[in-house]
Design a protein around this ligand. Structure first.
Ligand code: MCF
Ligand code: ZN
Length: 334
């Protein structure tokens, strides 16, 4: 692929469905807040200033350690601005972000509303200044257990609307089962929220099947390990379930040894709805632009393939129809 073509692909407008808000924090931003608040972040950064972690479980604890500096709604407003600046610089026109009442007010509904208000105001400002549109997915954390997830689901149900559009789960897939969280997902569904859960990143195809059957989600975070059971892959294709695939994250965390060996192309060829996201971009040394360019270099994809990926993402976005139309016209205008 020649340089000009790669440049063109990097410059395409993009839709991103899988982005954890604290995971999008530039390390400099977190270091700055730590200094302001005199928080000791020993062990969070490497000598070169990037986030330090050895493996997935360590990544989860470093993520939580970095999040300690985010103490107030105002901190989350600043974080939202910093994350959206990075997204917009990468050509993202619409993003959905995972936000968690665990970190924003300790799952207290009143406090959660204040954090949410601050993030939404920051997102409105970013939309006015940079044109980027953001929506939120309230997210429970699997390794915090089902009881805390219920409190999180209550926060989600209380604030469901045209900005909080979904409910999801992230965290350590090796703890518990999807069905342990069915009560919370049912509560969110009844409040009108759309559903997604992380599955099939660290555990195999069975985990993806359980996510679909036990939580009745319409999207899956990662989901890539479904490739280990082709009958399941066909089932996902038939049901129209969308995978929020994060190739750079998977390679950096060691789910696959290289992008070449990543199943994204096989999944698409077999008819599964696939989208591309960054997950926690600075943790994984990536951006949406990098994801597009790297996929193009590895699989030889051109504008047509990336246009299809964007369209799958927009079709699976949890926003309302008026917003979808606005984004559609932005994708077509460029
Ligand atoms: O997708 C990656 C890796 N797999 C699982 N979970 C997470 C990922 N990035 C963040 N998370 C989790 C993590 O537990 O989501 C939470 C973090 O605390 C934040 S949700 C706003
Ligand atoms: Zn994730």
């Amino acid at each position: 692929m020649d340089e000009e073509k790669l440049e063109q692909i990097g410059a395409l407008p993009k839709v991103e469905l899988h982005l954890h808000i604290e995971g999008g924090a530039p390390p400099k931003f977190i270091r700055g807040l730590a200094q302001e608040k005199s928080v000791d972040l020993t062990g969070v950064f490497q000598d070169d200033g990037s986030y330090a972690y050895r493996d997935f479980v360590h990544f989860l604890s470093v993520y939580e350690a970095a999040t300690q500096v985010l103490k107030t709604p105002e901190d989350y407003a600043r974080l939202t601005t910093a994350v959206l600046e990075e997204c917009a610089a990468s050509g993202v026109v619409y993003a959905e972000t995972f936000i968690s009442p665990d970190f924003c007010g300790g799952r207290d509904v009143g406090a959660w509303r204040e954090y949410l208000h601050a993030m939404q105001e920051a997102a409105d400002r970013a939309e006015a200044q940079m044109g980027i549109i953001l929506r939120g997915i309230v997210t429970c954390i699997r390794h915090f257990g089902p009881h805390k997830a219920k409190e999180t689901a209550l926060c989600a149900a209380e604030t469901a609307g045209d900005w909080i559009v979904g409910f999801g789960m992230g965290g350590d897939e090796n703890q518990g089962r999807q069905r342990d969280f069915a009560y919370s997902f049912d509560m969110a569904r009844e409040a009108g929220l759309r559903l997604t859960t992380h599955a099939g990143e660290w555990r195999g195809a069975q985990e993806v099947r359980e996510a679909v059957e036990d939580l009745r989600v319409e999207r899956i975070g990662h989901g890539v390990r479904c490739i280990e059971d082709l009958a399941l892959v066909d089932d996902l294709a038939e049901k129209g379930i969308t995978l929020e695939v994060c190739p750079g994250s998977n390679v950096t965390l060691g789910v696959y040894p290289s992008l070449r060996q990543h199943p994204i192309e096989k999944l698409m060829e077999r008819g599964v709805k696939v989208t591309v996201s960054t997950d926690d971009p600075p943790f994984f040394h990536t951006t949406m632009r990098d994801e597009f360019v790297n996929l193009s270099k590895t699989f030889g994809w051109g504008v047509e393939e990336f246009t299809a990926l964007n369209q799958s993402a927009l079709d699976a976005a949890f926003c309302d129809e008026a917003t979808r139309k606005t984004i559609q016209s932005r994708l077509e205008a460029k």
